[in-house]
Design a protein around this ligand. Structure first.
Ligand SMILES: [Zn+2]
Length: 365
């Protein structure tokens, strides 16, 4: 039995406790005490304790692209660069995946929602102490390619040893035919979708114009609908717990509409990647009442895979309090990934214990 205490404990299922004690046995939360009085064998730390972090959006297989892509070039440019950089030797790709997984462990991350377009990460994920849910991501705006792309997705999924789902890449990169196939195939698994990451994403759907439209129009039919990207695409998604990723340009009206029409929506913010690619953050005030989670995105668009650094970026750019942002970083992510043991210091859970002191993360359990 360990008795862990720090300046503040953030349990996340209740209000923070100053100078409380976390009682833990083989990683399982046994009790949470409001006072240190009368406790022997107390382990006392400077800083604060919080549960293990949940990274709801990563692309581990892009880890070898660290420092390879130009910053603040905008999304269309970024996407074409990513496809060029995919051609790398498998030794280099595998080494980078291993280093990135280890970095996430060291940064106190206990679970990850990870995007895969290939099988490159599957061996590592099945061995890592981190819990991985793999989102096998499909894209093709040419509907003639839908069947082939879908079959390829199924064969990738067959090789995946972690829990997995087949998901569409983004609002603008999937034909109606492929959306339909993904919806038909889903039997209740959680899904995700890159949403409103660039300003011209809405312009594409609303007006059939703009940089993203011009970049994509030669590849297939685009769904110009006179509505926002989110309003156009959300009805095409399976009705299951859904993570909308980025939402950098999502309006308050869109959030309110989505929340009124759909249950089980989770909104993932990747602030450091947004600053890297688009040099802009979402307006967090637009997401009042929505369930927020945090992702690192990939090392193609970030220098580190650290949820704590993402938390600090949000803290430094908003008036939100630490308890709220930690709830996004731990509890809400665990809720989305349906991991009942993780996300808070509730009795009986085994969520991991992070000590944060002087902006450094140390894993205590
Ligand atoms: Zn992404």
């Amino acid at each position: 039995m360990r008795y862990l205490s720090a300046d503040i404990i953030y349990p996340l299922n209740r209000t923070p406790i100053i100078e409380g004690v976390l009682v833990i046995d083989s990683g399982v939360i046994v009790d949470l005490l409001d006072s240190r009085d009368g406790i022997e064998n107390l382990e006392l730390f400077e800083g604060f304790l919080c549960p293990g972090f949940v990274n709801t959006h990563c692309h581990l297989e892009l880890s070898h692209m660290l420092d390879k892509l130009p910053k603040q070039s905008g999304l269309p440019q970024f996407i074409s660069q990513v496809s060029k950089q995919r051609e790398e030797s498998s030794v280099i790709i595998q080494e980078a995946i291993n280093v990135a997984d280890k970095q996430m462990q060291d940064n106190g991350i206990v679970a990850v929602g990870d995007i895969s377009n290939t099988t490159d990460t599957f061996a590592l994920k099945s061995l890592s102490p981190i819990y991985y849910h793999t989102f096998i991501e499909l894209f093709a705006i040419n509907s003639a390619k839908a069947e082939k792309v879908f079959q390829k997705g199924l064969s990738i999924q067959n090789k995946c040893q972690t829990p997995s789902s087949i998901v569409p890449h983004a609002t603008y990169s999937v034909s109606n035919h492929l959306f339909e196939k993904i919806k038909q195939h889903n039997s209740g698994e959680i899904v995700c979708l890159h949403n409103q990451e660039t300003k011209t994403e809405d312009t594409l759907f609303l007006h059939g114009s703009g940089a993203l439209y011009n970049h994509l129009k030669e590849f297939g039919e685009l769904n110009v609908s006179g509505m926002s990207a989110l309003k156009t695409v959300l009805p095409k998604m399976p009705q299951v717990p859904t993570l909308l990723v980025h939402n950098t340009y999502t309006s308050q009206a869109d959030v309110e509409w989505a929340e009124s029409q759909y249950e089980n929506l989770f909104w993932c913010t990747c602030p450091k990647a947004n600053l890297y690619i688009e040099d802009r953050l979402p307006n967090y005030k637009n997401f009042k009442g929505a369930t927020m989670t945090i992702g690192t995105d990939s090392l193609a668009s970030n220098h580190t895979l650290s949820i704590w650094e993402e938390v600090q970026t949000i803290l430094n750019n908003t008036n939100l309090d630490l308890n709220t942002i930690l709830t996004w970083a731990c509890k809400n992510g665990a809720d989305f990934l349906q991991l009942k043991d993780l996300g808070s210091f509730e009795k009986g859970k085994k969520p991991g214990v992070n000590l944060i002191h002087k902006n450094k993360v140390q894993r205590l359990e």
